[in-house]
Design a protein around this ligand. Structure first.
Ligand code: ZN
Length: 253
């Protein structure tokens, strides 16, 4: 069996047997894979740092039918500061959960991996004006790459570009004030500021978006709306988002 070498981000870890872990890794060359990391729950394991959630490393592993077996891992970035801030950690864990839900095993996207690493880098470094802007932009860019880019510039029913005041989950985009009553399913109220933000999320790079400030109320509404939309498109909702929301409002859950 030939060894495979690829860079990847650990997006999920599960304890296995006495001292092992099963890792889900979103890799550059092989897509989403699952590997067993043997003995890494011992303190003296040399692989300890590179086999934890959020670790970005160069992995060398033996491929297997269901699981690969990690042979070597060289840590590139651990994003350690994320672990010192519960809200940031919950947000970052949500992004990993989105990837886990959206991608099948062996399905890959170097574009999304790169985008995710940028967001983790800015979240971890505390360099963004508003972390939620980056999360919203990642949500929208991800669902667009997956082929479900919502319509934002004109009404999904009558195609007008005036008075677009709702975002309809089931119509896959915005609706004007006349058409919003015809849509079935759930619609979110959309203000002009919220719509402008959505357009910026699509148009701008993460590097530009980290310098954007926006009303937190607006961005929170957009995060909720996009999470709902992603769940609708990929058919799986994120438990990590529910956890993140419970931190913001402990009484609601
Ligand atoms: Zn319309």
């Amino acid at each position: 069996m030939a060894l495979i070498k690829t860079k990847g981000l650990v997006i999920k870890e599960q304890a296995y047997k006495e001292q092992d872990k099963i890792l889900t890794i979103f890799t550059e060359d092989e897509g989403k894979i699952q590997c067993i990391a043997r003995g890494v729950r011992r303190q003296k394991s040399g692989l300890l740092a590179s086999t934890q959630i959020f670790a970005y490393a160069e992995f060398v592993y033996y491929p297997g039918k269901n699981f690969g077996v990690i042979n070597q891992a060289n840590l590139i970035e651990a994003f350690y500061p994320l672990r010192n801030d519960l809200t940031k950690m919950a947000l970052a864990a949500y992004l990993l959960d989105l990837i886990n839900n959206a991608y099948d095993f062996y399905q890959k996207s170097t574009e999304i991996l790169k985008l995710l690493l940028h967001v983790l880098f800015y979240l971890s470094g505390g360099t963004a004006k508003n972390d939620l802007v980056l999360v919203g932009a990642f949500q929208l860019k991800l669902i667009s790459v997956l082929g479900y880019r919502p319509g934002i510039s004109q009404c999904m029913i009558c195609e007008t570009d005036a008075e677009l005041t709702a975002f309809s989950i089931e119509s896959n985009g915005v609706l004007c004030k006349n058409c919003k009553h015809q849509a079935t399913g759930y619609s979110y109220k959309l203000t002009p500021d919220m719509r402008d933000l959505l357009l910026e999320f699509l148009r701008k790079s993460m590097k530009e978006l980290k310098d954007i400030d926006a009303s937190s109320m607006d961005v929170i509404k957009i995060n909720d709306m996009l999470d709902h939309y992603i769940g609708h498109c990929i058919g799986k909702s994120s438990k990590a988002y529910t956890f993140y929301k419970s931190l913001l409002d402990p009484l609601s859950s």
